[in-house]
Design a protein around this ligand. Structure first.
Ligand code: GLN
Length: 448
């Protein structure tokens, strides 16, 4: 399959042909990675997660409640892509409103993992990752609130990059948890991730949390020979599956052979990350989802008796079970009487988590960590919501701290399932992160 870099040198006619072939493959494969085949402009075709606004497209966040909604404008990332020769092509399946880790909560049904169709592709950007891994998209955009770019990338054997909070505009991204969400690329390799990231990033006056920073390109400046100090978190790896431990050992060996220095650290038990994340994320989600009232966007219930009935039934019929669970949880932790005990405490723990990372980055350039505790689970395996939340243990602290991280494939287990690991950098150290990721990619030489 053609890489993003290779696609950049193709003519408009060739690109249109490539796009048509990708669409054809996606329609025939049965992976259910695409939920729409819309196009917008000409250029290198990029698959777009269904929570990013593309003017004139039906954008639904994988939800029933947004059926019939047509995006009236482009998200800033889409505007930036168009300026740089990329063209949105197709909508990627996702967990409803990006809430989930398997893409099974989608209104459109689950996406399948191209490496084993009895397994999930991960989530919530499962459509984006499965399409890139299955040769149905050259590259895709996803969004990462607590791992939704990195974890499906790891489960599908592709590269997923979550930028520092504030690097990429969130204007036009359907908000899940506004203080955690970031848009980023899912690609076939590290270099392609840099190309797409360069195209979408930058300050945006329409997003008040967007940073005004120098905008030097990463692509073309990556130094895979740079020697770095890389921390590994010993107590993190203890609780991972044998497959993940093996990949972790291999990656450490490869990094040492490539001339990097490995240091050993410990971090607080990830159970605090999970509790903190699911308080902060659900609180913000409950607030953000209040806007879907059956009046302003998308689907409305039939024959409402009065205004209250309209709100009640539009939301009851429109939202899926997982989304409702989180609205309930979010409103609970924000309610008077519980606010101090849960929400306020979670904000304090969030600071402690950030400080813990800061301490490690005083000694290390990067951190190497698992992305998920195991390879992709089987469809239907994670029935218990708490079990699903626990599988986010390695990814969510990075969002709570606002840090950049990139997930890349390391090896495959005995069943042929890919195992990915992530490198994490301090805030705004994307250049260093790509230097290290390119080195690791070269050193492990993962083969598809
Ligand atoms: N699995 C996590 C959640 O359900 C993360 C999702 C995401 O990053 N959008 O909240």
């Amino acid at each position: 399959m053609i890489t993003l870099k290779e696609a950049m040198s193709k003519s408009k006619e060739e690109l249109a042909e490539i796009r048509d072939e990708l669409f054809k493959k996606a329609k025939e494969s049965g992976l259910n990675a695409y939920i729409g085949f819309e196009t917008h402009g000409e250029g290198v075709p990029i698959l777009i997660k269904d929570n990013i606004q593309v003017h004139g497209w039906s954008i639904t966040g994988g939800s029933n409640i947004l059926q019939g909604y047509i995006a009236p404008y482009n998200a800033t990332v889409i505007e930036n892509m168009l300026k740089n020769g990329f063209a949105p092509a197709g909508r990627a399946n996702m967990d409803e409103f990006a809430m989930g880790s398997t893409t099974e909560t989608s209104f459109y049904g689950p996406t399948l993992n191209p490496h084993d169709t009895s397994r999930v592709p991960g989530g919530s950007s499962g459509g984006s990752a499965a399409a890139v891994a299955g040769g149905e998209a050259i590259a895709a955009l996803g969004s990462d609130t607590g791992g939704s770019i990195r974890q499906p990338a790891a489960y599908c054997g592709v590269v997923g990059f979550k930028p520092t909070y504030g690097r990429v505009s969130r204007f036009g991204l359907a908000a899940y948890a506004s203080s955690l969400d970031q848009i980023g690329p899912i690609t076939q390799n590290v270099e392609d991730a840099a190309i797409l990231y360069d195209a979408i990033k930058g300050h945006d006056s329409k997003d008040s949390t967007s940073y005004e920073f120098e905008n030097e390109p990463i692509y073309g400046n990556i130094d895979a020979d740079r020697k770095l100090t890389i921390a590994v978190i010993d107590n993190y790896i203890e609780v991972a599956s044998e497959d993940v431990k093996k990949a972790h050992d291999e990656a450490i060996k490869a990094l040492e052979e490539a001339g990097h220095t490995i240091i050993h650290k410990n971090m607080s038990n990830t159970k605090y990350d999970i509790a903190t994340y699911y308080i902060v994320a659900t609180a913000e989600a409950a607030t953000n989802l209040a806007r879907y009232d059956g009046v302003r966007y998308g689907r409305r219930c039939e024959n409402p008796k009065n205004l209250e009935d309209l709100y009640f039934r539009s939301r009851s019929e429109g939202f899926g079970e997982e989304v409702k669970r989180r609205i309930l949880l979010g409103n609970f932790v924000l309610s008077s009487g519980y606010y101090d005990a849960y929400y306020l405490k979670a904000q304090k723990v969030r600071h402690l988590i950030r400080d813990e990372f800061k301490k490690i980055f005083a000694e290390a350039d990067l951190i190497l960590s698992p992305v998920a505790p195991s390879v992709a689970p089987k469809l239907g395996e994670l029935q218990d919501p708490l079990e699903m939340y626990k599988s986010d243990m390695y990814t969510i602290a990075i969002n709570l701290a606002g840090l950049p991280a990139i997930s890349l494939p390391i090896n495959k287990n005995s069943d042929g399932m890919p195992v990915g690991l992530q490198l994490i950098a301090d805030a705004f150290e994307e250049k260093k992160l790509f230097d290290g990721a390119s080195s690791l990619e070269r050193a492990v030489a993962y083969s598809k």
